[in-house]
Ligand binder design. Structure first.
Ligand code: NAI
Ligand code: MG
Length: 496
């Protein structure tokens, strides 16, 4: 099979790389395997891509190691920054192609995909700006010593990304790793390999030396597991399910104790108080759960509403939910497209059936939309009990539960009652309530009077079982550097 294929989306035609991008070249997998990626709108294959197995991971890691210790080391921090900035420019130049690929392969609405690309470019440029501002300290202990620290790259980084924000996750991983002087082997999600491969082509054009950025397609249990247990990978960054996150941590412990950062699932509470601006709150709650078809780790999937406004809120939130346009990702005004895959569709429908069986009330939705494509009607469950699966487990689809609370204490208690702690939100017009509740929520992010507003300058990550470490902002740089202390003795020999 060729290494490039012409692909047509509903709005353009382009050359899609389908090989593995290793050591600055497009290659086939050693075992010659390929797999198809599916268009979730019509359930038809788009194109086949080459599959990486363990041997390809080995080759990519060797290339990344060699680049780290030869060419990449000699590139100045300023030039690393310049390359990342150039890459950001190329994302912007090709925004229509990149957004089209995302919509075709992932199913997300084209207008939303464009916002992903803007943010991915912003993230790359932001970390480009950091590249020449990474430095240690000099530490004065006494007259006879000169002490300083160096913030050195961790080394070869394995990065494993999911399918819900393919290019955004690509930029969140590549940006901080490259800015700090590491080299990378990044595995794309098997459901959505196309945009990340195209981005590899842009990285090539941006001028990174061979082996610095290696991008491969492959399956989690094969290529992903090979990265997690590799003896020559110094750090692994993973975004995906909590189940796989645990296995990554175990593989790291059993192999070479590589550093691990994890960005995992969530079941985030979105809390609306009686005194909230109800129109704004409804808009944000709607966006909080249905954005990206509910396929967000930080989705506001548990909606807690204070009793004084509960009935009005539910009535109007149902109307707002019904107004969301669900359909073809390339359709005009589409807000919600299909779920990414048959498997995810089945998982979500399973939760919906589970909720019905457990006795929760379906306020709206609760079934598939149409009979082709992985479309699910936006779904609200009311009259739920705390111990129901739909209240405790991540559904990762356009499905939320709504619960009534009386007091602030009760809202905080329910808000903190799952094993997750990724995100949360508070809607209120009282500043004191906002601050008290924000302080009390056990979550890596608290949004006040908004939802899902992630910015690459501000850190993102989880409390509890939602993850380890932080991505984005200056905080992410800590995951990709290690500190070396140098102590120079200026005095006479001691203990002579
Ligand atoms: P997953 O965790 O299996 O996949 C995410 C990435 O991990 C993919 O690149 C996959 O190839 C890789 N992977 C899978 N098994 C692996 C292994 N044993 N070793 C190394 N890498 C491995 O997630 P999946 O099956 O796509 O979705 C299942 C659930 O995970 C979703 O319903 C959702 O609840 C959660 N999820 C959370 C995401 C987030 O943004 N935090 C993103 C995607 C899924
Ligand atoms: Mg696909």
């Amino acid at each position: 099979m060729a290494l490039f294929q012409t692909v047509e989306t509903p709005n353009l035609k382009y050359e899609q790389p389908v090989g593995l991008y290793i050591n600055g070249e497009w290659v086939k997998g050693v075992e010659g395997k390929t797999f198809e990626t599916i268009n979730p709108h019509n359930e038809k294959p788009i194109v086949a891509v080459h599959e990486a197995t363990e041997k390809d991971v080995d080759i990519a890691v060797a290339a990344a190691r060699k680049a780290l210790e030869t060419t990449w080391k000699k590139v100045t921090p300023s030039d690393r920054g310049r390359m990342l900035t150039r890459l950001a420019d190329l994302f912007e130049r090709d925004i229509d192609i990149l957004a089209s690929i995302e919509s075709l392969d992932n199913g997300k609405a084209f207008s939303m995909a464009k916002i992903d690309i803007v943010n991915a470019a912003g993230c790359l440029r932001y970390y480009g700006g950091w590249a020449d501002k990474i430095h240690g300290q000099t530490i004065d202990t006494d007259d006879d010593s000169l002490n300083y620290t160096r913030h050195e790259p961790v080394g070869v980084c394995g990065q494993i990304i999911p399918w819900n924000f393919p290019l955004l996750m690509w930029s969140w991983k590549i940006g901080p790793a490259i800015a700090t002087g590491n080299t990378v082997v990044l595995k794309l999600a098997e459901q959505t390999p196309l945009s990340g491969l195209y981005a590899a082509k842009l990285a090539h054009e941006a001028g990174f030396p061979p082996g610095v950025i290696n991008i491969i397609s492959g399956f989690g249990k094969v290529a992903g597991a090979a990265i997690a247990s590799h003896m020559d990978i110094d750090k692994v960054a993973f975004t995906g399910s909590t189940l796989v996150g645990r296995s990554i941590l175990q593989a790291a412990a059993k192999s070479n104790l590589k550093k691990v950062t994890l960005e995992l699932g969530g079941k985030s509470p979105n809390i609306v108080f009686n005194d909230a601006d109800i129109d704004n709150a409804i808009s944000w709650v709607n966006f909080g759960i249905y954005f990206n078809h509910g396929q967000c780790c930080c989705a506001g999937s548990r909606i807690l509403v204070q009793e004084g406004i509960y009935d009005e809120f539910l009535k109007r939130f149902k109307e707002r939910t019904l107004a969301n346009k669900v359909g073809d990702p390339f359709g005009k005004d589409t807000f919600q497209g299909p779920q990414v895959s048959q498997l995810q569709f089945d998982r979500i429908m399973g939760y919906i059936e589970e909720g019905k069986k457990a006795g929760a009330t379906v306020v709206t939705g609760g079934e598939r939309l149409g009979d082709t494509g992985y479309y699910i009607k936006p779904t609200i469950f009311a009259d739920v009990k705390e111990d129901m699966k739909i209240v405790q487990e991540e559904i990762f689809g356009p499905v939320c539960v709504i619960q009534k609370f009386k007091t602030e204490e009760e809202a905080i208690k329910i808000g903190n009652s799952t094993t997750y702690g990724l995100a949360s939100a508070v809607h209120t017009s009282n500043l004191n309530t906002a601050i008290r509740v924000s302080n009390a929520l056990k979550a890596g992010t608290v949004w006040v009077n908004n939802y899902n507003l992630i910015h690459y300058q501000t850190p993102f990550g989880g409390y509890k079982e939602s993850g380890l470490g932080r991505e984005l902002g200056s905080y992410a740089l800590e995951n990709y550097t290690q500190i070396k202390t140098v102590r120079i003795w200026l005095g006479d020999a001691l203990f002579a």
